[in-house]
Structure formats: structure tokens, C-alpha cells
Design a protein around this ligand. Structure first.
Ligand SMILES: Nc1ncnc2c1ncn2[C@@H]1O[C@H](COP(=O)(O)OP(=O)(O)OP(=O)(O)O)[C@@H](O)[C@H]1O
Ligand SMILES: [Mg+2]
Length: 297
């Protein structure tokens, strides 16, 4: 066990006890003056770049656009915290996201921690989200719990980015119900077509029944290897049909700096500001900001 994870242990024990007795960490829960746009980064496929996108998109909005950003980690794997580990102070007090979602009138403001960057906050990794998935299933209005828990939080941020787990379960449906927009990362391989209809069905059902304002911002091609021209064309043409041409112009090239940055616990803009990965994610933030402004106009 690394020194860093050892240092965090006492906080987690306190949180477990708090969760057990059902008391949330006390915070100032007064509303702020903002009205966040919420973006879910969603695909049921594993390893397609959801977390890399959530983290670096959030970092780009806060770093270049000076927007106040919260990244919500709904994946029990807790990769957002790991990806930004070097900018997260030790010993912070918070209520685990699972406790905020499963307690009565839970408020996600209690689950947020500040990173060392001025405009970037996250919810820390929480393995108990695995069990929360089942607990949510038994609740009335289970799909809207995150949306409810984010009500006050939205008044404190410009953007909330939700990193979804690699499945289409309750937590992902909650993210889609809380979101204004969804970004679908996708790899350039034949595997990209696997499960696309399931994802589209879920998006359509959520849109029709639960969240009429949900919009697909676009499919984002990740780990693009420009040398695979035929495969890239095949994937693009087919996904264009599935998603009504809703494909981001920006593509994320395969770039090992993105992988190294994640391992170092930094955003790509800190780790390798001149890398292709940094250029791609800053272009993506520009493209998304433009699309969001268009929808808002
Ligand atoms: N453009 C890229 N170039 C090179 N490596 C990348 C790129 N994007 C992501 N990776 C690496 O691929 C792996 C999977 O990425 P990531 O964790 O973002 O996927 P994910 O969809 O969140 O996975 P999961 O479904 O497990 O949550 C990570 O090791 C990441 O560093
Ligand atoms: Mg992930």
C-alpha cells in the first residue's frame, strides 16, 4: 500500500461510521448563483476513454475557460480520483457519494472535495457504489436520485461532468436523468458496434420517459490511430448512421502521454502541455463549449 493511500485511510473509516449511522458530513448547503450544465460521459463498453475524457475535459474547462467544474465519479472503480491523485489533498472530510445517494434527501454537496486547482472539484472514489447500485433499484423514483442530489450543487458550478461506470445500470441511468448532455466515447474498432443498439435504446427511453431535455452532444472517437484508414472510415460511416451524424469533429489520437498522465495523477495539461493529447482535449473543450452555447441560445 502506498504512503498516499495509507494517509487517506482514517478519513475513510470515519466516513464508513458516518454512513453506518446515517449522518452526512455537515457543509454549507446554501445555494450559489450559478446554473451548471451537466454532461454525462457514457458508454457501457469498458476502457474506451470515459474517465480520460471526463478528467481532461473537466481540466480543460477549468484551466482554459476558467469555468468552475465538478467531476462526479459514479464508477465504483474510482478512477477519477486516481487520475487526479497528485492534486488531491490528503485527509479531507466528505460523505461518500453512495451515502449521499442512498440517504433520505441526500445532497451531493456533502460528497465533494476540492482539488489543489482553483476551479476543479471532484467526488472521490467510492467502492460502495457497487452496493448502492442495488439499493437504488429498490427506491421509488430511483432514476432521479442523482438529479435530486445535484439540485443545490448545480448552483455552485458552471459544468458538472459525470464519469459513468461501464454498464447501463441504475447509476448510468441516474447520470442520464441528471444530465443536459451526453458524450459517447468510442474506439475505432469493429468492437465499437457491439452494444450500440442497447446504448441507443437506453438513451431514447430516458429521453422519452424521464429526461426530455437530454441531448447527445456527440460520439467522440478515442485512441484514433490515423494509419488505420479503412477501419476508421468503416467505424465512422456506421456510427454516423446510428447517431444521426452526431460525431465530434475533434478526435482523440492514440497518445501514451494520456496514459502516463493518468498514472502520475495529473491532467494532460499539467503532465504534457505540448502533447497531442493536450491539444486534442483542449480542442474538444472548445467544440463542446460552442455546442452547449448553441443549445442555450
Ligand atoms: N487517447 C489515448 N491514448 C492512449 N491511451 C489512452 C487514451 N485514452 C485512454 N487511454 C488509456 O486507456 C485506458 C482506459 O482509459 P479510461 O480509463 O479513460 O477508459 P474508461 O472507458 O473510463 O474505462 P472503464 O470502462 O474501465 O471505466 C487507460 O489506461 C487510459 O490511460
Ligand atoms: Mg472509467
Amino acid at each position: 500500500m502506498s504512503f498516499k493511500s495509507w494517509r487517506r485511510e482514517p478519513t475513510m473509516i470515519t466516513d464508513k461510521i458516518r454512513e453506518f449511522i446515517g449522518v452526512e458530513t455537515a457543509r454549507n448547503l446554501e445555494p450559489g448563483g450559478k446554473s451548471a450544465r451537466t454532461i454525462a460521459v457514457c458508454s457501457q463498453k469498458g476502457g474506451v476513454g470515459k474517465t480520460t475524457t471526463a478528467v481532461n475535459l473537466g481540466a480543460a474547462f477549468s484551466h482554459f475557460h476558467e469555468k468552475k467544474v465538478l467531476i462526479v465519479d459514479l464508477d465504483p472503480q474510482g478512477h477519477v480520483e486516481k487520475s487526479l491523485g497528485s492534486i488531491i489533498p490528503d485527509g479531507l472530510d466528505y460523505t461518500p457519494v453512495s451515502a449521499s445517494l442512498t440517504s433520505k434527501k441526500g445532497n451531493l454537496l456533502n460528497s465533494i472535495i476540492r482539488t489543489k486547482l482553483d476551479f476543479l472539484d471532484i467526488t472521490p472514489g467510492d467502492k460502495a457504489l457497487n452496493e448502492a447500485e442495488g439499493v437504488l433499484a429498490a427506491k421509488i423514483g430511483r432514476e432521479m436520485i442523482l438529479s435530486q442530489a445535484l439540485k443545490t450543487t448545480k448552483t455552485h458550478y458552471d459544468y458538472i461532468i459525470v464519469d459513468c461506470p461501464p454498464n447501463l445500470g441504475n447509476l448510468t441511468v441516474n447520470a442520464l436523468c441528471a444530465a443536459d448532455f451526453v458524450v459517447v466515447p468510442c474506439e475505432m474498432s469493429v468492437l465499437a458496434f457491439e452494444g450500440v443498439t442497447d446504448l441507443l435504446n437506453t438513451l431514447e427511453t430516458v429521453n422519452e420517459r424521464l429526461n426530455k431535455s437530454l441531448k447527445v452532444l456527440g460520439v467522440l472517437f478515442t485512441r484514433v490511430d490515423g494509419r488505420n484508414i479503412t477501419m476508421n472510415q468503416l467505424v465512422e460511416e456506421n456510427l454516423k448512421n446510428y447517431f444521426n451524424g452526431n460525431i465530434f469533429k475533434t478526435r482523440i489520437s492514440v497518445n501514451t502521454d494520456l496514459n502516463k498522465a493518468q498514472l502520475e495523477g495529473h491532467s494532460i495539461f499539467h503532465f504534457a502541455p505540448s502533447s497531442t493529447g493536450a491539444a486534442n482535449y483542449s480542442a474538444l473543450a472548445e467544440e463542446i463549449a460552442k455546442k452547449v452555447r448553441k443549445f442555450d441560445a
